[in-house]
Design a protein. Sequence first.
Length: 422
Amino acid sequence: MENLNVMIIGGGIGGLCLAQGLRRAGVTVSVHERTRERTDWLQGYRIHINPHGAHALHACLPVANWQAFLDTVSVDGGGFAFTTEQLTDLVRLTADEIAPTGGPDERHYGVSRISLREVLLTGLDDAVHLGREFTRYETTADGRVTAHFADGGTATADVLVGADGANSRVRRQLLPQARRIDTGIVAIAGKHRLDGAGLPRVLTHDANLVIPKGRGSLFTAVWHPDRRAVRFEDAPEQFLFDNSVPFVLWGYADAASALPGGVETLSGTELRRLVLDRTAGWAPALRDLVAGSDPGTVNAIRLRSATPVDPWRTGPVTLLGDAIHNMTPMAGIGANTALRDAELLCRRLTEVAEGRRDLLPALHDYERQMLDYGFAAVKQSLRNARQAGSGNRLGRAAARTTLRTVGAVPPLRRRMAAQLGR
């Protein structure tokens, strides 16, 4: 199709990656984002880029942007362990066991959302339209799509991609039957500065998932500063928005029914005290991690997840990332799955633009693959969340025994390492 025109609703990680890839391929693309300033998008928590995400960024970004990404990120050099609440290893895997041996686009990285978004925005100034709040779309007689915005404006394109997040208005219109459920799990997260911290090496170098005998679970991960700091003059002077300070991130999860009502409304100080109360008797280092966290970084969220969606009749409107397969953070792959969507959709639309495929079959193929791997990731993250909120002591004992066996049997150990390395 000559002069293919693609309109993306939402300027998040997946939408911007797609825009970069399409622009690189010579496809006309526009991004419509409801917020008005770049600083409206600031989010201080870092994300893990796995090989799927790295491959997608390498495929979609111009060479200069990819290099800027590599110059910015920290390389995840730590291992991963499952431990008891006393920090006794059930199985601990080293970085060398987990990390693949391929090129830069096959590795694991850590990056702040602030820095990643700047990399993704660079070179798109003329394509990104801020302050454009999407309200609805309509298909035209010639099969194109017109988007309507809250300011009364419209835009028309051959393809409209809903990349507008978990509360997607595009999804609401396209798939009114699609639902998000409350998982019944609450996660409380915080950040402990790494500089000057008197924490043991297992907490300052590796990621850990603590599986106690009783309720709840605790995840920890180490985040090193981006090598290239991004500064905004009007950004809040808070640790939450700082991408230049090393820290240990922790997250405690349990069933909402086991926590006080209204837990999401508690202050950071109150949440920190709640987690300390829930972890009484745990290893002193784990309690020091929680107690030493800045209350301003501690918050609670109720975890929600998309329900599986059956394939729909393909048209000129499609979806990407959280707009279709929103998942809990309990697998750490949400952003990477959105990047994977972006790279796949970019390839299919590029084939259309080059006349190698027709539009609707190309979109259908994208949707078929995306629904398959996307909802597999949703299933995995939901399973992890529900396991974290389980109070079944027999089930936990069995899981801990299984993990000890994995750690002691080389073939099982290698299989687990390969799964973590994906």
